[in-house]
Design a protein around this ligand. Structure first.
Ligand code: GLV
Length: 317
């Protein structure tokens, strides 16, 4: 008998094929997010759950799933899962760390370039029929090459972002909250958080969302940033105090921001949407065909490994 797995939303085709081969698969046939009640219904008799970062797998969900042995996140972030409740019930929680590193670093660079060189704003300008002639002062942005790149969170993704800065002749500084980083194949200087904020021309966030990192970038921190600097966030929205950031962007206290994630996504405050000095993406850091397929295969392998008593590729508890 195949083990029962509940999948909260359809994954890329190759992953669906593999799921059907390996499991007694129950899944949400509609391409929409499920309510908590629907997830509880789905996971009731399941031994494994593959969930999305938008599914709130809280204590109530975990306690309601009596046979559950593994929660396999289709994401690297796992702040949507109550780890304590999973630990209490002896349920393994796994993620897709590693396979989405390079795609997320690529997207981070897309945001760095787009924010510094005002790409989205320029395209809006052109599409609105406002491009009448080449002008000496049209859409002047910030250079990227030769600048100081500040990385908050020098884990896998932070390091992949740093690696890409090499071709732009950048100085790299980072802060990793006191966690050991190990040796790096390029020059990068570890600094305290205040120095990171003061010296970065481009500050990019790559730390997980935890109680310690929630609103780590607030009013006081934004005030330390250069007026010419940009803030990039492809990690989790709540690392930044969004209301304070909006005020800073409105007052032009920093040059701009590039965001893929939001405090209460998919909700975006209208004040943020109204600003021109911010590039806004709909949480697509890992959204390439190749990477989303790899994430599916890894989430499946993690679930199978736990059920078969093997060591999963990435377990977080
Ligand atoms: C994306 O945000 C992820 O955590 O995989």
């Amino acid at each position: 008998m195949k083990p029962r797995l509940f999948l909260s939303r359809k994954l890329p085709d190759l992953a669906m094929q593999r799921l059907n081969e390996a499991f007694d698969l129950r899944f949400n046939p509609e391409d929409r997010a499920l309510s908590k009640k629907e997830i509880m219904e789905g996971v009731k008799d399941a031994e494994a759950l593959i969930c999305l970062l938008t599914d709130n797998i809280d204590k109530e969900v975990i306690l309601s799933a009596e046979n559950l042995r593994v929660i396999s996140c289709y994401s690297v972030g796992f702040n949507n899962v109550d780890l304590e409740a999973a630990n209490e019930r002896g349920i393994a929680v796994c993620n897709t760390a590693g396979v989405l590193t390079e795609s997320t670093a690529d997207l981070t660079w897309a945001l760095i370039m787009a924010t510094c060189r005002r790409i989205s704003e320029s395209e809006r300008f052109l599409r609105e029929g406002r491009f009448k002639a080449w002008e000496p002062l049209l859409m002047l942005g910030q250079d990227v090459h030769g600048k100081t790149l500040g990385i908050l969170g020098m884990g896998r993704i932070g390091q992949a972002v740093a690696k890409r800065a090499f071709g732009f002749d950048m100085r790299i500084i980072y802060h990793n909250g006191g966690w050991e980083v190990g040796s790096l194949p390029y020059e990068a200087e570890e600094v305290d958080l205040d120095t990171l904020l003061k010296e970065s021309d481009i500050l990019t966030l790559h730390t997980p969302l935890t109680p310690e990192t929630r609103h780590l970038i607030g009013k006081a921190q934004i005030e330390l940033m250069k007026p010419t600097s940009v803030l990039i966030n492809t990690a989790r929205g709540a690392i930044v105090d969004e209301a304070e950031l909006i005020k800073a962007l409105k007052d032009k206290r920093i040059f701009g921001a590039g965001f893929d994630v939001y405090e209460q996504e998919p909700y975006l405050p209208p004040e943020l949407l109204a600003l021109d000095n911010v590039v806004l993406l709909p949480h697509i850091g890992s959204a390439s065909i190749e990477t989303r397929t790899k994430m599916g295969m890894m989430a499946i392998e993690n679930a199978l490994a736990v059920l078969e008593g093997r060591i999963p590729l990435a377990r977080v508890n």
